[in-house]
Design a protein around this ligand. Sequence first.
Ligand code: TRP
Length: 441
Amino acid sequence: VFVLAATGSAIGLGNIWRFPYVAGENGGGAFVLVYLAFVASVGVPIMIAEVMLGRRGRRSPVNAILALAREEGLNPAWWWLGGLTVLAGFLVLSFYSVVAGWTFAYVIETASGTFEGATLEAVKREWNAIVSSPAAMLLWHTIFMTMTIVVVSRGVRDGLERAVRWLMPALFVLLLVLVGYAMGNGLFEEAVLYLFRPNFADLTALGVLTALGQAFFTLSLATGALMIYGSYLPASASIPRSALIVACADTAVALLAGLAIFPLVFAYGLEPQQRESLAFNTLTIAFGHMPGGQFFGTLFFVLLGVAAWTSAISMLEPATAWIIEHHHVSRSRAALAAGAAAWLLGIGSALSFNAWSGYRLWDKTFFGIVEFISTNIMLPLGGLLIAVFAGWRMSRRSSADELDIGDGALYGLWRLLVRIVAPVAVLLIFMDVLGVVPLTL
Ligand code: TRP
């Protein structure tokens, strides 16, 4: 159940929408390589650490950390780490809901045949029409957030499992179909070279930070989501094994999305730097031209919406659990309060693509700022602190006992990654971006 729930959390818009667009924005190959390295060397060890803290703490993130700090005789101020993760998840949810709303708009448009035989100009026009309507954006955002609140207020375990068990494989198969289409109709070789031949001259310090942020985002790390799911995990289940399965499935989906999207990007002469519209524009062209595209396209966007739903649930759950424990209110009230607050903040993101697109700070819209601060700063920072807590502050005996993989090479490897590699990587990248240590040109 944990593996299913965690996979449902991990696989979402981050894989299919966000990964291709940040890869395209940052030049492809070198970015992808660095991203994969971060997933393996920073993401997986921190995922193991986070699930471990959750299972040992057995409470919502803030109180789990607090309980563990007490158990280990540490400073109770560590509860701040729990607070930071809950806040990060909350911020991510606010804009995630807006993007998830787009998938619903695309369900309607695809089902009604808007994209049949559509040209590049037509899909771009349609994208603009969809995101430029404040009313429509707010409506979809509201619907999606309501759906998320409803599931969380009933307790996340019901239904989630079934959804993931059937829908994720279906999404996977559809992605394979899309990759097949891209092989036959796109510039597949060019896309493979673009994604897998690193050219480090393309990679900036900001690109490295974005790769790190994407690794955290796509694995749902450092927001307390995995701590909560970890707290449901039976003591007999192997945490490292589960984490590896989730990370592999998640990475496979992201790479498939890249292989479905980039051949068409090059075939149609789109620019890889299309940012938020990249996945939507290329996939709708594919559906507009493949046999049965209206059906498959509709199904695809439905499944993507559901994948986003299972992810959003995991973002709302930590804040909800925290409110329940602190304010002793019912689950449905807590979910409503947290969800409503995220919805309110999300309005800014929904309007970033239309009414408020002119308001910019550091050349970023409201959406861009919330996304940057939460994904590229708060998630890595939370991850760093989780690594320090689990690797340095928690006793070796506790973590060895909880992970239950003996005291051999495997445990040693995890401990090395979580104590040294992950924290050093995050710190160096932060300093690199700030210009303190120039690693990249
Ligand atoms: N990992 C999910 C995705 O790739 C999104 C997600 C779920 C998430 N929970 C999260 C992102 C917590 C950041 C933090 O779509």
